[in-house]
Write a protein that binds this ligand. Structure first.
Ligand SMILES: C[S@@+](CC[C@H](N)C(=O)[O-])C[C@H]1O[C@@H](n2cnc3c(N)ncnc32)[C@H](O)[C@@H]1O
Length: 299
């Protein structure tokens, strides 16, 4: 059945789980990610410009950089990252997490993004750090590689994937036997909450209506259906997201004039409203934030 344009527009506003082609996914997510790199760098702050929840209640964490590193160190521990391993960061942003992991843990990596601006920023960062990593503008559906990976990971990226089962099957095919997959994402605590309302629609619009939030149980089912064994599930308290977003809001205030001149007053305001809405959503108790580690069985 084909959907007419006005019907589709209406559906976007009222429902998650819209299926688009790979090209349309790119156009839609880039409404957001092709905003100026400097806009996101000022807001995310720190050395690695991580655009996802970081960890604050960890000894030694006192600012954006250390909170970003604490989260990435937790990833490394959860998957037992070892020097010489090869990792794939699907949805690598501006390359900060991949660069950090390559530098600190002596691994080599590949990053995928849909945004040419993110690609250029990531390449500059990787060259500056002198780590063994490459980044490509490539939808995960179109990525192929002759060399298998030890780890495939996503950090608040699978929300953009309509075909999550297809993504897990792709990750499985790209991994070595015994290789691991790590996905960090927000999950509804019950399917009844996956209803759109005005606030959630505002969040979804920021990302070009590519939202696919799911209950955790659905993700587990898809992980198993792709052939993976579930190895570890670790919840990140929502307080950590509130602290992350509070820091982003403070950074917006500090750099207000500069940010408004980059993207205009209206977009600056819309982005701030978006951050305030997600803060509210987090304290409603309808979502959890979880890291799921799974493993391709050894041959
Ligand atoms: C919220 S950002 C997260 C960036 C990074 N993981 C971090 O934590 O800082 C989402 C990223 O996913 C990428 N992305 C979204 N859909 C994608 C797809 N289908 N294939 C590859 N990358 C995708 C975007 O281009 C962006 O880089």
């Amino acid at each position: 059945m084909t959907t007419s344009k006005p019907q589709q527009k209406q559906a976007e506003l009222t429902e998650f789980y819209q299926q688009y082609s790979a090209d349309e996914d790119q156009d839609r997510t880039n409404v957001h990610y092709e905003q100026p790199v400097e806009f996101f760098y000022a807001i995310t702050g720190g050395k690695w410009n991580v655009y996802s929840c970081n960890l604050w209640d960890v000894p030694g964490v006192h600012d954006d950089t250390t909170s970003q590193e604490a989260k990435l160190d937790r990833f490394a521990q959860l998957v037992d990252l070892k020097p010489g391993q090869r990792i794939l960061d699907v949805g690598c942003g501006w390359g900060g997490p991949l660069t950090y992991l390559c530098q600190k843990y002596g691994v080599e990596g590949v990053g995928l993004t849909l945004s040419p601006k993110q690609l250029a920023a990531a390449q500059e960062r990787i060259a500056g750090a002198g780590v063994n990593a490459q980044v490509q503008v490539c939808h995960w559906q179109n990525y192929t590689d002759d060399r298998p990976f030890d780890l495939v990971y996503t950090d608040e990226v699978i929300v953009h994937f309509f075909d999550l089962g297809g993504f897990f099957a792709k990750a499985y095919a790209l991994l070595k036997d015994g290789g691991r997959m790590l996905n960090k994402e927000l999950h509804y605590v019950h399917p009844r909450y996956s209803q759109m309302n005005r606030a959630i629609s505002h969040i979804n619009e920021i990302y070009g209506f590519t939202g696919n939030y799911r209950p955790l149980a659905e993700e587990f089912r898809l992980v198993n259906e792709a052939g993976f064994d579930l190895k570890a599930i670790e919840e990140i308290p929502m307080s950590q997201y509130s602290k992350t977003v509070t820091s982003w809001l403070n950074n917006m205030d500090t750099h207000r004039a500069e940010l408004e001149s980059m993207v205009g007053k209206e977009y600056y305001h819309r982005f701030k409203v978006y951050l305030r809405i997600i803060m509210r959503t987090f304290i409603e108790g309808k979502m959890t934030l979880d890291m799921i580690v799974s493993q391709k069985p050894a041959a």
